[in-house]
Write a protein that binds this ligand. Structure first.
Ligand SMILES: *Cc1c(COP(=O)(O)O)cnc(C)c1O
Length: 455
């Protein structure tokens, strides 16, 4: 056997040298991994209903115990599989959508218009007409959208209550200035004035989403202070009454961003820490206002990845192994960036589903695509892998089941575990029929005979 040197890394990054962490896992949510693969094939996404419910309950309770009036809107783009959304809605979540498609999907899940928050820069007249008729909350992104809403309101002879999206510099995050109206340049106050002067619109809410995977809770304190200051100004200058402050999403999940050396357990705040920072600041910043007899604004949350990420795992099988010219080990898996879009940002946790055999070494994990960029982990310390062995990649519940690609490969089954060993398919594996169902063949291309009979 070749001698190897395994560097000791502080913080348990090298779990095989670190001790304490289990050397392999045998089940997900109590269901044996072997059974899951036998029944549903490999690769396989597994979502835990129980974990989802625990996460959403913990989020809502962290905020409700610190602030009197809280609404949670489930961010559809984070994972809009019907079963996932339904768990969220059963737990009381509204829907937060950013397109006509997501709006229609939320309605198809039975969510009433009044419980839908409609964000995003792309809202055309047709969908706005429906959204207005159904009483959903429109979060205006730009002036053109405002003009369209005004025209619709004039046509139906109503005054529409609206929310505007704000952008600003918190001092802790890269400003996302492409969405909404900017505060520093006066654009946001102009928008508020314009709404104040319109007989057809009424400003009732403020929204902002300052970024994603935000590790510093001070960014939220700054966000809330800036939004509350703007609320005071808008109310006194335009006479509007703001009834809700929507702080968007952005809480980090227990995942490891590329380039972060400390493990997530050490750098990702607990949900309660985010809640404490946000609610304390909001109570403080609205004290003067409530003293003047105004009601406390509703606090709206649109948390995405922090609620669903750790409820999802992906089981993948080793298809082949080889040594790279520089001596590193590598393995080809049956799941790659086609299914794990988030491996472009995260070093996901990779666990063995069988006992380790042999000495751990640096290994590259490739996906199945015939593409150089298809890398699941560029460097991970693993014992020698054999064809047919399984790895469990996690957390993968956020953004993968929405951003995945039908590219080169079929997308696999997605199952949900319900506790007590119960498992259901919540999205079937694709086959040729599913993938080609929307293709249409022009008549003169329907036969290959011409080409086949040549020569
Ligand atoms: C994507 C998005 C969210 C959810 O963001 P996370 O970082 O996943 O919490 C919430 N609100 C808006 C407007 C978004 O675009």
């Amino acid at each position: 056997m070749r001698p190897t040197l395994t560097p000791h890394l502080v913080g348990g990054l090298n779990k095989f040298g670190g001790g304490g962490a289990p050397d392999h896992i045998t089940d997900i949510d109590g269901v044996p991994i072997d059974d899951l693969i036998e029944r549903f094939g490999s690769p396989l996404f597994v979502l835990s209903e129980q974990r989802l419910r625990e996460n959403v309950r913990r989020l809502i309770s962290a905020f409700e115990t610190r602030y009197p009036d809280v609404v949670y809107g489930w961010s559809y783009k984070t994972n809009y599989l019907g079963a996932v959304c339904q768990v969220m809605h059963q737990e009381g979540a509204w829907a937060e959508v950013v397109s006509a498609f997501e709006y229609e999907k939320a309605r198809s899940h039975g969510v009433p218009g009044e419980r839908i928050l409609f964000n995003g820069p792309h809202k055309q007249r047709e969908i706005l007409e429906r959204v207005v008729a159904e009483g959903a909350r429109v979060h205006i992104d730009n002036l053109d959208e405002m003009y369209t809403l005004e025209a619709i309101a004039a046509e139906v002879g109503r005054t529409i209550p609206v929310t505007i999206r704000l952008n600003f510099d918190t001092g802790y995050t890269e400003p996302w200035s492409r969405f909404g109206f900017n505060i520093e340049t006066g654009q946001a106050l102009d928008a508020a004035r314009r709404i104040g002067n319109s007989p057809h619109l009424r400003l009732r809410g403020l929204h902002s989403h300052i970024g994603t995977f935000i590790l510093d809770t001070r960014a939220y304190e700054a966000q809330v202070r800036i939004m509350c200051a703007f609320m005071e100004t808008a109310e006194s200058e335009t006479g509007c009454e703001i009834d809700s402050i929507d702080i968007g999403g952005g809480f980090a999940s227990r995942n490891a961003l590329h380039g972060t050396y400390l493990p997530p357990e050490q750098v990702v705040p607990e949900i309660e820490q985010y809640a404490q920072a946000i609610c304390d600041t909001l109570l403080e910043a609205t004290r003067g206002r409530t003293a003047r007899g105004k009601p406390q604004p509703t606090l709206i949350l649109e948390t995405g990845r922090a609620t669903v990420d750790d409820a999802g795992s992906l089981i993948s099988s080793v298809v082949a192994t080889k040594h790279l010219p520089d001596g590193r080990r590598s393995a080809v898996l049956d799941a790659g960036v086609n299914l794990l879009f988030t491996s472009f940002w995260y070093n996901h946790r990779v666990e063995l589903a069988q006992p380790p055999q042999g000495i751990p070494e640096e290994t590259v994990l490739y996906g199945p695509l015939c593409m150089n960029i298809d890398v699941v982990r560029a460097s991970v310390t693993l014992p020698p892998l054999r064809v047919g062995e399984r790895l469990v990649v996690s957390p993968v519940g956020a953004y993968n089941n929405t951003q995945w690609l039908q590219f080169i490969e079929y997308r696999p089954n997605v199952v949900m575990t319900h506790g007590g060993g119960e498992v259901s398919v919540i999205r079937q594996a694709e086959d040729l029929q599913a993938v080609t169902a929307l293709e249409r063949m022009p008549v003169h291309l329907r036969s290959v005979e011409a080409g086949m009979s040549e020569g």
